[in-house]
Write a protein that binds this ligand. Sequence first.
Ligand code: PLP
Length: 352
Amino acid sequence: MVIMKIVDLRSDTVTKPSPEMWEYVKSMGNSSLGDDVMGEDPTVNELEEKAAKLIGKESALLVTSGTQGNLLSFLSQTKPGDEILLEEQSHIFLNEVGSAARIGGLMIRSYPSVRGTPSFEYLQSLIRDKEEIHEPPSTLFCTENTHNYHGGAIVELNVLKKMNDFSKKNDLRFHMDGARVFNAAIGLNVPVTEITKHSDSVMFCLSKGLSCPVGSIVAGSKEFISKARRFRKMVGGGMRQAGIIAAFGIVALEPKWINRLADDHKNAKLLSEGLKNLNLPIKVHPTDTNIVVLEMLEKVRILKIVTALNKAGILAFNISKEKIRFVTHYGINVDDINYSIEQIGLALQQNL
Ligand SMILES: Cc1ncc(COP(=O)(O)O)c(C=O)c1O
């Protein structure tokens, strides 16, 4: 029987824990666990303290997912009927089932951007007049860093500063969907706090490039986190002996593990360069971090290409009618990338 090689480039969420993480978890006993809803799980408390310190915020909270973390950030910083500003290709706007509207009762105003960077003039035109009784108040601005559908684009530090100034000037809270904020920090070669210092709240995922099985973190002021803790309970996110999950995160937040993300970036670059060299009617978007976006320049049924890739063992997602996204992560090596370039080239040649 021939076993086909599978290279899973669908997402960094497919990652599994490292042997070091398992060693740590295996060394735990019942004394490492407690009821986290009562604030008594020592491992969760350790992770939350470690995360808050690392990300440069007063306090942090372990949540079940990035989606939950973003929602809690909105619930804790807005009121139903408020208007919030979301980037039009952002994960929250496109892929979080409209939870801000359905659960948070929020009006959503979307804004365009070039790889996550908006026009501040345009943003300013979206701000509602507080004195005008017909209008909902604008109360929160949101960015995504790195930006998933813009191909893992990094929102630069000077832009984050402008976003912060814009938010302050207009009395808005500033939330960062930092699902992959450590990729941004590694990409910019700066401490992550240089990025997160600009926003009031930040969410980052443990379950993506950091390769934990479950969990995300929200961080911000003590007051914000105590509100978020209450809302977490409300949406059913209060877990009990959650230390068993948090333990993976404690290892993942070690510098050695965070720095490993640089390998994913190198592999993404390799893929991106390899695809460019194919000389086919495709556009390879700029690759800042661990995401490569390939755009078809000729009219083609994108699912036909994705299916051909799947048949060749290359797993990837189409993110629009023209674009396919490839994500590098722990578990993907240089051989996988070289094999992928070859197979993607063949699939494109046969189907374009
Ligand atoms: C930018 C971004 N934000 C938030 C999320 C949501 O994370 P989760 O899948 O843990 O809910 C994702 C997931 O892919 C994401 O890419």
